[in-house]
Design a binder for this molecule. Structure first.
Ligand code: FAD
Ligand code: NAI
Length: 478
């Protein structure tokens, strides 16, 4: 596919490209930018807004509102530091304007990058033709055009999922799409689903004065997160006044004069002003025209791919939330790069899905890479575990944020000693910014002795990782 002297590609024209990407979210724009930086002539089609879920109704707006919550929390505790600020008020409209400003700047930057790399951006809905090379574009400012690509990458992303009995009306029942643009927060909110979105929103709203109840169907919130870490989040939420009910089933809601009443199977009704449904996201293949193409889709609607993101059809790749891997922006980036390298014939290193970096930005934050203790045991490992709480860490005391721990899960060697690091799970202050070295240790398959030998600067929060690793070597400082 890369034009060479021996194997010239068809001349690029206004309608023929080396790669055509459908979707302009993280998976799509990463494919386009990385491909263009490798010299490929790329077209990218986007039907709504460049940047996708992540920039407009996902990562960026959610983290921006969580930052408002953090500022509010800091000012609320200012007196403890002798800073005599008034009790903080909230003008959520200003918050929303600031959020939009951040998004606009990032979108402008992204458009600049695409232009700079000469990616042809088409505004409209892309549909793959049965010939697997032609993509029909329609319904947008680019008009009705058909373009062809030597390779096509599908990156149409995902959409919110809802549940029966909770039709989204944008006022009483909302999803992340609507909540992120509210001009005012409700006094009371019931959050259905205690996953990543549920916990981030519950934390944000609670910090900003909303009375929040989380209703989670499973026995614990934050599925996939190590039990000890999830327990700390749940305990911390409860201390802050968030009600967390696990193992519950909701059956529907009845609107009243003020707000609505949520019905819980076998439990008490809950009156609230707003229901936030955060029960996962579904792949959005609706407009790709896959029926005619033979591209295989699994029983949940995800496009099936191999480790190089190839679909069941030659010349067509798929990346991001549309494939059945972790629905994270950085995984979309990584898969986009794998697809491009495969298109270039470079034999890419596939994404190692068992050792991804995960960060959840509720308060306290959660960050992890690799096996949880439970998952490691289930996978048949004999493990050694060490945990260190932030309560003993100097920097955590200085910033007044001591809830949390670092937990290292290591493989037990034949001598009974801790060997290779299998997973690191962190909960506490700024752990999303501390995960980097733990992620590298897990992915470099470092042993605890190797990783513990590195010096952690003092006083930092990352000393807690150093101490946890050192404890596994049988010696310790603090
Ligand atoms: P999307 O971002 O959904 O982009 C797909 C794009 O394709 C869309 O712009 C869509 O309009 C377009 N499209 C669809 N069909 C067509 C078509 N036929 N023709 C043309 N265009 C089409 N992830 C993280 O890593 N960190 C976080 O902190 C984080 N926070 C999140 C918070 C929330 C509230 C939500 C909802 C998600 C969050 N995510 C986070 C997940 C992250 O947003 C997604 O994993 C990421 O956006 C997926 O990228 P994508 O390119 O696959 O899909
Ligand atoms: P999720 O899959 O993380 O969590 C959904 C939760 O809802 C689960 O705990 C599930 O058990 C629960 N649930 C499902 N049906 C239910 C029901 N009927 N009643 C009660 N609970 C129910 O999905 P979520 O939180 O919607 O997020 C979607 C995706 O977005 C995530 O998979 C994640 O990849 C991504 N995301 C990532 C973030 C991050 O990385 N910081 C932040 C927000 C989202």
């Amino acid at each position: 596919m890369v034009p060479t002297a021996e194997n010239p590609a068809p001349a690029s024209t206004d309608t023929h490209f080396d790669v055509v990407v459908i979707g302009g979210g993280p998976g799509g724009y990463a494919s386009a930018l990385y491909g263009a930086s490798a010299g490929l002539n790329v077209a990218m089609i986007e039907r709504q807004r460049i940047g996708g879920t992540c920039l407009h109704v996902g990562c960026i707006p959610a983290k921006e509102l969580l930052e408002t919550a953090a500022v509010h929390r800091t000012v609320s505790h200012a007196k403890e530091f002798g800073v005599l600020a008034d009790a903080p008020g909230l003008d959520f409209g200003v918050t929303q304007d600031r959020k939009q400003g951040v998004i606009d700047q990032l979108v402008d930057g992204l458009k600049g990058l695409l232009k700079g790399r000469k990616v042809t951006v088409l505004d409209g809905t892309g549909r793959l033709d049965a010939d697997h090379r032609t993509v029909h574009v329609s319904g947008g400012e680019s008009g009705d055009v058909s373009i062809t690509g030597d390779a096509v990458i599908l990156a149409a992303g995902s959409a919110v999922r809802t549940i029966p009995g909770f039709d989204v009306d944008g006022t009483l029942v909302v999803t992340s799409d609507e909540l992120l643009s509210l001009r005012e927060l409700p006094e009371r909110a019931v959050v259905i689903g205690g996953g990543a979105i549920g916990c981030e929103f519950a934390s944000m709203m609670s910090d900003l004065g909303t009375e929040v109840t989380i209703l989670e169907a499973l026995p614990k919130i934050l599925p996939g997160v190590d039990k000890d870490a999830a327990q700390i989040v749940e305990r911390s939420f409860k201390k802050r006044g968030i009600t967390v009910e696990t193992g519950v089933q909701v059956t529907g809601h009845t609107p009243g004069e003020r707000g609505t009443t949520v019905h819980v199977d076998g439990g008490e009704d809950i009156e609230t002003d707003m229901v936030v449904v955060s029960v996962g996201r579904r792949p959005f293949t609706d407009l790709l025209g896959l029926d005619q193409t033979g591209v295989s889709v699994d029983d949940r609607g995800f496009i099936e791919v191999d480790e190089n993101c190839r679909t069941s059809v030659d010349g067509v790749w798929a990346v991001g939330d549309i494939v059945p891997t972790a629905q994270l922006a950085h995984i979309g980036f990584a898969e986009g790069m794998v697809a491009i390298r495969d298109i270039l014939g470079e034999d890419p290193q596939p994404v190692d899905y068992a050792r991804l970096p995960w960060c959840i930005y509720c308060h306290p934050e959660v960050a992890f890479a690799g096996y949880s203790e439970e998952a490691a045991k289930e996978a048949g490992y004999d493990v050694v575990v060490s945990k260190h709480r932030y309560i003993g860490n100097g920097r955590a005391k200085i910033i007044g944020d001591t809830d949390g721990l670092v937990k290292v899960i290591a493989e037990k060697g034949p001598d009974g000693e801790a060997g290779r690091i299998l997973g690191v799970h962190m909960v506490g202050p700024w752990v999303t910014e501390q995960l980097g070295q733990a992620y590298m240790a897990v992915n470099w398959e470092a042993t605890v002795a190797e990783a513990a030998a590195f010096i952690q600067p003092h006083p930092t929060l990352s000393e807690n990782l150093g101490e946890t690793l050192m404890a596994l070597t049988g010696r310790s400082l603090h």
